[in-house]
Design a binder for this molecule. Structure first.
Ligand code: SF4
Length: 182
């Protein structure tokens, strides 16, 4: 029997949320994970998060698509916003940078839908993320799955799953500017 589920590319920022959200979506969609987070600094931290994503995706039999580590390009995009507070304009640019790349990849992979695990975090602005994701998806002829994954205890459940899997829990969002703030 052919699988007629729509294809969905799920942009992930960490694999704990990725596994949690995939479990929610896999009944209705054919889900692939996309790790594109050039905001993460330093590169060792990026490699640590990516290696963990590869390992866990393998254990859960999830397809993981990855892209280049383009931190210099990302730095140029947020230039002038280095001192912005978290959830400010720098984060809006950062969401847009990552979700636009995710939309390009979703189009390339012939996906029908795009969404992101970014809304799982209580520190992130779900309204802004969904608006940006929607705009990026429409631009590339895709549908955006507008969700706030922190709802219905999503953040708690995803944190519990990460603990259960023994995953590394970072204590800053990702970029050097968020690291300075801790
Ligand atoms: S704090 Fe997080 S969301 Fe904001 S710019 Fe840095 S990495 Fe991106």
């Amino acid at each position: 029997m052919p699988d007629n589920k729509p294809k969905l590319l799920l942009h992930i920022c960490c694999v704990g949320c990725g596994v949690y959200v995939s479990q929610l979506l896999k009944q209705d969609y054919e889900v692939r994970l996309f790790f594109y987070n050039p905001n993460i600094w330093p590169e060792e931290e990026y490699k640590k998060r990516l290696t963990e994503a590869e390992k866990i995706a393998g254990e859960f039999n999830l397809e993981l698509v990855k892209s280049e580590y383009e931190h210099d390009k990302w730095l140029k995009a947020v230039s002038g916003h280095e001192s912005d507070p978290e959830r400010g304009e720098r984060c809006i640019i950062c969401y847009n940078f990552r979700l636009t790349a995710a939309a390009v990849m979703a189009k390339k992979l012939n996906c029908d839908y795009l969404t992101t695990t970014l809304t799982t975090s209580p520190h992130k602005n779900a309204l802004a993320i969904n608006k940006i994701g929607e705009q990026a998806a429409v631009k590339y002829g895709l549908k955006f799955l507008n969700q706030d994954f922190k709802k219905q205890d999503g953040f708690k459940k995803s944190s519990a799953l990460s603990r259960e899997l023994g995953l590394y829990r970072q204590n800053y969002c990702g970029c050097e500017f968020s690291r300075r703030a801790i």
